[in-house]
Design a binder for this molecule. Structure first.
Ligand code: CA
Length: 475
């Protein structure tokens, strides 16, 4: 008897911001194959991650819990695979499961992927060319371009699968993560073009908490030779040099994205050819967003929009109307309950997100979330971003830079003076004007602070105790 439960093809790239996808209105590139998913399904305009960095976001997706619960707070954390995870539950329910590509949650012992019939993953960040991969525990080197290889291996696994049972495949690209190395096929894309500059390219970080100016992810100052691939030309003015570096960076980034797009097209073509498109849920997302020259930056980590926002496109012709767009707030912690819901698997009580299956069907529940909780733990490491947490509603964003390492793995133990930011996203969509101390916003500050603490209590996290001369003060 054939099984009518949907197949699930979960495609996740690394650091692919939604403003570099044409169905999201990109001003800088075209992604025709990603757009096929949007045209055939639903595009989410307000999908956010709960911690904008690779390893933690992946842990949230696999475990359905926040990072203080799954214990993967920073890049130096590893996932203890003895926890309950989405693939384990799907495997136990009879799905055939595979994980191919970037894992980045540690390896060996309890950190190896679990819940997968087959896995073949990059060690750590992995390489763009001729990567070493860990194929069911065995290290092998494969010639070729990593984005192509991950797709090749995904297709190989799909072709060899048991046709009688549904599949769950996590196809995780390394691209377009730094250092943005394109393949030969796309190496000359955009060669004779000037890519447009974002509105906040020349941000001077005034009217913000100190954290913004302190961050070391500036295109003009912090990019290195590995990023740029050639020395900066002599004789440029500072403004010309910044633009030259942006063009070097963004073109390589977009070339890596173009390869992802082509390879997503190969997977979609396979589903079409095999008659699987109707009964397969196709998800395209990225572990977080990225600054594409926005605020003069590359990288992520901040709770600011470009970094917080995840692309999320979901196609499932049997249950989702084509070319639909949704503005409800959905989070990476909600992915797992949603996919389990479609698979008919009971959602474990400890999972902290909610299924948005009804939203995909066109019905937003009356009590659906209108606020979200965020926390970045990795104080100062790599790009000198202060540890912070905050709350975002549809209109406002409140951020508290508690700026303390708190003994978290991989952090730098050098506390800074805590600071708050409040942004009115209707009036100030680019978050250039912190109105935390503006008297007109005092009621909003009060309301959002209460909402922040309500969300912390709900997910089981705690406000920061700021040491002061008089004792401690809760942020
Ligand atoms: Ca990432």
């Amino acid at each position: 008897m054939s099984d009518s439960r949907p197949n699930i093809l979960f495609i996740m790239s690394d650091d692919h911001a939604s403003h570099a996808i044409s169905s999201y209105g990109s001003r800088i590139n075209e992604t025709p194959h990603l757009d096929r998913i949007a045209e055939g399904g639903m595009r989410f305009n307000n999908c956010f991650c709960t911690n904008s960095i690779c390893t933690p976001s992946r842990a949230v997706i696999l475990t359905g819990t926040y990072n203080h619960v799954n214990n993967v707070t920073t890049l130096s954390s590893t996932l203890d695979g003895r926890q309950v995870t989405m693939p384990k539950l799907l495997q136990a329910a009879g799905y055939q499961t595979a994980m191919i590509g970037k894992w980045h949650l540690g390896h060996g012992g309890v950190n190896d992927p679990t819940g997968f019939d087959y896995w073949n993953v990059l060690p750590g960040q992995g390489l763009y060319h001729d990567p070493e991969m860990i194929d069911m525990g065995e290290r092998k080197t494969f010639p070729g371009y990593t984005t192509d290889l991950i797709t090749d291996f995904s297709l190989d696994w799909l072709r060899a699968r048991d046709l009688e049972r549904p599949f769950f495949l996590m196809c995780h690209h390394k691209a377009p993560h730094r250092p943005w190395e394109p393949d030969d096929k796309h190496a000359l894309m955009y060669e004779d073009e000037e890519i447009p500059y974002p509105e906040t390219f020349d941000d001077d970080y005034s009217n913000r908490a100190a954290a913004a100016a302190a961050a070391e992810m500036r295109i003009d100052r912090d990019m290195n030779l590995t990023d740029l691939k050639q020395p900066t030309p002599e004789g440029l003015t500072p403004e010309e040099e910044k633009k030259w570096k942006y063009q070097r960076y963004i073109k390589d980034y977009l070339r890596c994205v173009a390869s992802i797009d082509d390879n997503v097209g190969r997977l979609l073509d396979y589903l079409d050819e095999e008659g699987l498109a109707e009964n397969t849920i196709v998800v395209y997302t990225s572990d977080q967003g990225f600054f594409l020259g926005d605020h003069g930056w590359y990288d992520k980590r901040f709770m600011y929009e470009e970094s917080l926002r995840m692309p999320l496109l979901i196609r499932y012709p049997d249950a989702i109307r084509p070319a639909t767009v949704n503005d409800d707030m959905v989070l990476n912690v909600d992915f797992t309950p949603t996919l389990l819901d479609y698979a008919g698997v009971e959602i474990p009580e400890q999972f902290q997100g909610s299924s948005f299956r009804s939203i995909l069907s066109g019905q937003t529940p009356a009590d659906w979330q209108t606020s979200m909780y965020y926390r970045y733990w990795m104080h100062l490491a790599h790009h000198h971003v202060y540890a912070h947490y905050g709350v975002r509603t549809h209109r406002y964003k409140l951020i508290y830079y508690y700026a303390d390492a708190l003994g978290q793995p991989g952090t730098i133990d050098d506390s800074k003076e805590p600071e708050w930011e409040l942004f009115d996203l209707d009036a100030d969509p680019y978050e250039l004007n912190n109105v935390y101390c503006d008297a007109a916003y005092a009621p909003v500050v009060e309301e959002l602070t209460a909402e922040l603490h309500r969300l912390q209590a709900r997910v089981g996290d705690e406000p920061y105790d700021h040491p002061t001369a008089a004792g401690t003060w809760k942020g």
